[in-house]
Every structure is written in C-alpha cells, then in structure tokens.
Design a protein around this ligand. Structure first.
Ligand code: CA
Ligand code: CA
Ligand code: CA
Length: 278
C-alpha cells in the first residue's frame, strides 16, 4: 500500500517530473520520417506480414526514449496508441520502425491501428499525451511507394520509389547518359546523339562546360557540333536526384592543321622506313 502524502508532495513530484515529459531539446529532433500505407511486397514484419509501417528518426545529438509516448492515426485522439514499454531508445541519427498492423499482441513495436491508403493522419505525442511532437496529414498512397522526408528530418516530404524502412531515406538518382561520340578531334562538324540508359524522364545538356541544371537545354535530337566544345549532359527524373554528369571534349582542327599533321606523319613514316633500311 502506498503511504499517503501531503498535497505539496504531489506538487513537488509534478514540478520535478514535468520538465522530463518532453525536454525542449526534443523539439524538431524527433520526427515521423517515413511511412508506408500500402505495403504489398516491400517488407515483412517479424511475423511474416506485409504490414504498414511508420519510421521515426532522431536528428539530434542525444538519445531519445520514446517509451510512454503516443502514436495515433487520428489527431483528434492523441492517445490512440501508448508505446507501452519501459525503455525504447532512438540514438542520435538512428531510425526506429513501428508496424501499423493492429497486432499489439506481437509486442511494443506493433501499433493498435493501420494506415489508410486513401489518406489519413499520423501524430506523435509526448508522454503527457497532449504535446504534439510531429504529425503528417497525407493523401492517397500507392502500393509499395513510401512517403518520407528527404533528406532525413527535413521539411521536404516526397513519394519514394525506394522505400527505406528503418534506414536512411533515399530517393535514388536518374541513370547515366550514353554519348555517341567520345572526346575527339574533328574538322568540319560532328553529329552527337545522347541516350539515357535508364530511370530518366529526359536529358539536359550544356555546351559551355557548365554543369547541367533543370534550366539547361532539353535534349531532343542529334546535336551538330561545329566548334571546339565541351559537352556535358545528365539525365533527370521526377522525384529523383539528377543523374551523373557525363562530359566529352570535341576539338576542332583547321584543315591546314590537319594537312600539317598528315604531312609530318608522312615524313616520320618515310624517316622510319629509311632507318629500317639502313
Ligand atoms: Ca503484423
Ligand atoms: Ca487507420
Ligand atoms: Ca527510411
């Protein structure tokens, strides 16, 4: 039996405990980082079910104990699911995965709700059950495409073709570009075609040596090079990082320079022949 305490004792307890409910340093450090509301084949939980999942991320520099915090799929009901365990630490830079499967008998990593693929809410609340730590309201979700922050912890949410449950968010990159003509010399003109290898909506290029950006020229048909040029190109794809930059240097030689080169080469050849005969 708990001995009775005077009222002031409870006040002291509350005053001591309150600062630890949600230290100010948590603000912004602990986030909902990624989730999937329509997991068809991406990942299975330990019980072998392709269940929906929610990833938390600690962007701060100290451990965060999420035991006693709350997760919900209804911001009107912050205490929907208590993370019911003694201690559940997310270290600095670490990710923690919860299964939104309504299978709470499987342990504290399983939540008492599922995510609706047609759109829903996710809220993370502090141990007081009222302090909102992070939330996301989302629309229609597609099978095996997650929705997450990129990079980790940022305010930029996007659909992710490469889901990373429990790991660093990664949106992938567009593929490379094949250039039909390698770096070379030419005299009058050169026709160069660009082909994206994979993962591309298109190609952008420059002819002045600068790195291609989203505002560079869009490649349509073969380029005709008529001057010494540094060609740089890269593929791009919506929702992904731009692909690697490929470069080719084309050096135009004047006709008389070619004749001089050919003439010198001929003289060298004759000299070598002569040397060989002697
Ligand atoms: Ca499950
Ligand atoms: Ca739900
Ligand atoms: Ca992730």
């Amino acid at each position: 039996m708990i001995p009775s305490r005077p009222l002031w004792w409870h006040a002291v307890l509350f005053a001591c405990a309150a600062p630890f409910i949600l230290p100010a340093s948590y603000a912004g450090d602990l986030v909902i980082n990624e989730f999937m509301a329509d997991n068809a084949t991406t990942v299975s939980d330990p019980q072998g079910d392709e269940d929906d999942w929610i990833e938390l991320y600690n962007s701060g520099s100290t451990d965060i104990d999420v035991a006693g915090m709350y997760l919900t799929d209804n911001l009107g009901n912050p205490t929907q699911h208590l993370i019911d365990t003694d201690s559940l630490i997310i270290g600095p830079g670490d990710h923690l995965l919860f299964w939104a499967d309504n299978d709470t008998v499987d342990g504290p990593m399983h939540l008492n709700f599922k995510l609706g693929a047609s759109g829903e809410q996710i809220g993370l609340y502090g141990t007081d059950g009222t302090t909102l730590i992070d939330s996301i309201v989302f629309g229609q979700q597609l099978p095996d495409i997650s929705y997450g922050r990129y990079p980790d912890g940022s305010n930029d949410w996007r659909s992710m073709n490469i889901p990373t449950p429990g790991d660093v968010n990664n949106i992938g990159a567009a593929g490379s570009v094949d250039v039909s003509e390698p770096s070379r010399t030419f005299t009058t003109s050169l026709s160069v075609t660009l082909t994206a290898t994979n993962n591309a909506d298109g190609i952008r290029y420059t002819l002045d040596g600068s790195v291609p950006t989203g505002s560079s020229s869009a490649y349509g048909s073969a380029l005709t090079i008529t001057n010494s040029t540094i060609l740089r190109a890269r593929a791009f794809k919506s929702g992904m990082e731009d692909g690697p930059v490929v470069s080719a240097h084309y050096i135009q030689l004047a006709d008389d320079a070619i004749r001089t080169l050919e003439s010198n080469a001929f003289k060298d050849w004759v000299t070598q022949k002569k040397d060989w005969r002697t």
